[in-house]
Design a protein. Structure first.
Length: 396
């Protein structure tokens, strides 16, 4: 029974199931399996009175209190649940019918078996084809990988070859540079020795000269307190005890008519050191000498630990004169650029020194940076690089 849109239906003697059945529209049965009918959406619940809605809710065990909106919502919920149960039963019945199978004949079973076997063989064939394709693809990728690896190895060999060639060119260039430098140094040594053969060394001791001034002007040592050499004034600064002593020495002296004094002073003249006649090594008193402790011990044994630096150096000069005299005649021993230089009379003495003292020591101190010739700035830099000088401590 379908609800009319003009008058309210009489549902006093109808249950909710009757209402649902009466509301169910006549629809064509869908040929698609597994699709149940859905609930209609054209029901007008506003046409039901509140008493009718409460009666139906009471039958369903639902609450009957509340506003009309809540009552209508509960009734819709009940209708929706009923439809869901109905659709579920319809679906279950359809599945039950689908499960019923008709008995196949022998020909049908044979046909199905042949189709299954054909499908199995086709599947096996596709599997083999896919396997062959995968193997072919794998072989292709492996070939590409090997080709790429071979190309990389080839590039690596070419790179190593280029690097070896570059190193060889660098080595040849370095050897050529070293040969050129050695040749230049040999030429410079010849030129240097030619210049040195034309030079001589005249010794002048400022300290001895100041003593002569003291002896000449103040023989009793009662007037002068100090005498020092001033390089900017190119002369000695003499400090007297009283102004009258200055007036006595400089009485009437002017630039045009200065007071003159004669001194008896002697000096010695030596030939300049020649490259082929000299050997040099790092002075034992140098701060960067690796065996300075042994040098200080030797000075301590000589009782010279408290002496000034120049006096300590003079002890090493005197010791060198007596020690190296076994190699030949020694012209001079002096210090230059931090090295101690021994000047022999000829080159044969140098060869004898190198053979005798190359692997030995000097007063318990091993020879460091032993070379033939006279030291240059390059020798100083190389020695400082090999044996760095200690850094000076800054003021706090």
């Amino acid at each position: 029974m379908k609800l009319s849109t003009t008058s309210k239906p009489d549902i006093s003697n109808m249950s909710l199931d009757d209402i649902i059945k009466s509301e169910k529209p006549k629809r064509k049965i869908s040929k698609k399996k597994g699709k149940a009918p859905t609930q209609p959406s054209d029901v007008d619940y506003e046409k039901f009175s509140d008493e009718q809605i409460r009666a139906e809710l009471k039958k369903r065990g639902m609450p009957v209190k509340g506003s009309r909106v809540k009552l209508v919502a509960r009734l819709k919920h009940c209708v929706r649940q009923a439809w869901e149960q109905y659709n579920k039963q319809m679906k279950k019945g359809t599945q039950t019918q689908a499960k019923k199978k008709t008995k196949l004949t022998a020909e049908q079973r044979q046909k199905i078996t042949e189709e299954n076997e054909a499908n199995r063989l086709a599947k096996l064939k596709r599997k083999l084809e896919n396997k062959k394709k995968a193997e072919a693809m794998h072989e292709e990728l492996e070939a590409k990988r090997k080709a790429k690896k071979a190309e990389k190895a080839k590039r690596k060999l070419e790179h190593e070859k280029r690097m070896a060639e570059a190193r060889e060119r660098k080595r040849q260039k370095r050897e050529a540079t070293e040969a050129k430098r050695a040749k230049m140094e040999d030429e410079q040594k010849v030129q240097k020795e030619a210049r040195q053969s034309c030079e001589a060394f005249a010794h002048f001791d400022i300290k001895l000269f100041s003593q002569q001034i003291q002896k000449k002007l103040d023989p009793k040592k009662q007037k002068i307190t100090n005498i020092s050499y001033d390089f900017s004034k190119k002369g000695f600064v003499i400090k007297f005890k009283e102004p009258k002593h200055v007036e006595m020495v400089t009485k009437g002296a002017t630039m045009k008519k200065p007071t003159t004094t004669k001194f008896s002073l002697s000096t010695y003249v030596l030939p300049a050191p020649l490259e082929s006649h000299c050997v040099f090594f790092l002075a034992p008193t140098a701060l960067n000498h690796p065996n300075k402790a042994a040098a200080d011990k030797w000075l301590s044994d000589q009782g010279a630990s408290a002496l000034p630096e120049l006096d300590k150096l003079q002890l090493w000069f005197d010791s060198a004169l007596s020690t190296f005299a076994t190699c030949g005649k020694i012209i001079n021993v002096f210090r230059e650029r931090g090295f101690m230089i021994v000047h022999f009379s000829d080159s044969a003495c140098v060869d004898k020194f190198n053979k005798k003292y190359a692997d030995k020591s000097f007063n318990g101190v091993p020879f460091v940076f032993l070379r033939t010739g006279t030291p240059t700035k390059r020798h100083r830099n190389l020695c400082d690089k090999e044996f760095p000088r200690p850094q000076k401590k800054g003021k706090k």
